[in-house]
Design a protein around this ligand. Structure first.
Ligand code: NAD
Ligand code: HP7
Length: 312
């Protein structure tokens, strides 16, 4: 049984980490969050230690290290994006492996920095990239892998996860903390596109604001017109009022709608990490590089065959 600490325990995604820790047969020994609304811990392990100050959390983790029966094995990071780097480094320096939410860090320079901490500590960080475990995406990957290697698919990707006004008031609406919508949410499908279609050859950004992003990406095996939005007005008419999200990939005219099927993917991610098949710094590098380029790109006017149809 592995002993886990969880950072960011009061947030939206933390319960999925708690569930994954429990379902993989491990123990949530400690939790930390600056917010004390963490009663959910009782449904997993009421005996877990909980701290609202980093200093006390850290000291307690150090004391645990004296006894091999209580020492932490893993630190799970569910804090806001801009804190990942510091929380990952702290976990590694405590002698733990780290499981961290996406985006691992905003830039490849910070990935290099984390790689140094891995070398210094002999411990490793693994990124949650759960779309790689989604059955529909796995099936698509197999289809693409089985096609002739010179085949270039025409792909249209529409990714709408509608959010209310709260999003912009929270850290997620602050680009210094979330790094903007194309990074905070787009990172999932940029990773998935690379995973399925190979190396990225060209990036064009056609639109970028605080609620939407759109552009064109050319991979070794695909030409992708992509559109991302957190505005419910962008949901297709048949979906509006019925579901808050619409995630669709049309590949050579065949649509895969993958809005559902996400609830257990954190547990699958943990199972894979614990079995030695986690996605480390090198696996995350491609999508981090992509979102970094997109954040800093100059907008281009799209040519007709490169514009996503939602881009009005
Ligand atoms: P959230 O705002 O609901 O939760 C973040 C938590 O971190 C809050 O409870 C907050 O109090 C806490 N926090 C803030 N500053 C802290 C600090 N200095 N020390 C400790 N805790 C601190 O956000 P969320 O939606 O749970 O997102 C958390 C992370 O998970 C983000 O990195 C986000 O990108 C990622 N996420 C991933 C998925 C996914 O599908 N894989 C889904 C949602 C969020
Ligand atoms: N929801 C909340 O109540 N609070 C939140 O903080 C987020 C959602 P989905 P996920 O918004 O930051 C996606 O769109 O898939 C509600 C991204 N993940 O399915 O869980 C929401 O209003 C993630 O990387 O949300 O998360 C819906 O009612 C990103 O950090 C419901 O939860 C996160 O949005 C389900 O919403 C975000 C993927 O796209 C895989």
């Amino acid at each position: 049984m592995k002993y886990f600490a969880l950072i960011g325990a009061a947030g939206y995604i933390a319960p999925r980490h708690m569930k994954a820790i429990k379902e993989t047969g491990n123990h949530l020994a400690m939790a930390y969050d600056i917010n004390d609304s963490v009663g959910i811990i009782d449904s997993i392990s009421p005996e877990s230690e909980f701290y609202t100050e980093f200093e006390r959390f850290l000291e307690s983790a150090w004391q645990r290290k004296r006894d091999p029966y209580t020492a932490l094995d893993y630190v799970s990071v569910c804090s806001p994006n801009h804190l990942h780097h510091a929380h990952i480094a702290a976990g590694l320096r405590l002698g733990c492996n780290v499981i961290c939410e996406k985006p691992l860090v905003p830039t490849t320079a910070l990935l290099d920095e984390l790689q140094k901490v891995e070398q210094e500590t002999g411990r490793h960080v693994f990124n949650i990239l759960q779309l790689r475990h989604h059955p529909a995406i796995r099936e698509l990957k197999e289809r693409v892998a089985g096609a002739p290697s010179d085949n270039k698919y025409d792909v249209e990707l529409t990714y709408i996860t509608s959010r209310g006004k709260w999003y912009h008031e929270s850290w997620k609406g602050d680009p210094r903390k979330s790094f903007g919508v194309a990074t905070n949410i787009g990172v999932h499908f940029f990773d998935m596109l690379h995973y399925v279609f190979g190396d990225l050859e060209r990036i064009a950004v056609h639109y970028l604001d605080e609620r939407r992003a759109a552009g064109y990406l050319e991979y070794r095996k695909a030409r992708v017109r992509w559109f991302l939005s957190i505005d419910s007005n962008d949901l297709p008419t048949g979906v509006q009022g019925k579901q808050p999200t619409y995630r669709s990939i049309i590949c050579e005219g065949r649509e895969i709608e993958f809005s559902g099927g996400f609830t257990d993917l954190h547990t699958v991610s943990f199972q894979e990490i614990l079995a030695g098949r986690g996605f480390g710094i090198d696996s995350a590098r491609h999508c981090i590089e992509t979102v970094d380029v997109i954040r800093n790109a100059s907008l281009e006017f799209p040519s007709r065959n490169e514009a996503h149809p939602c881009l009005k």
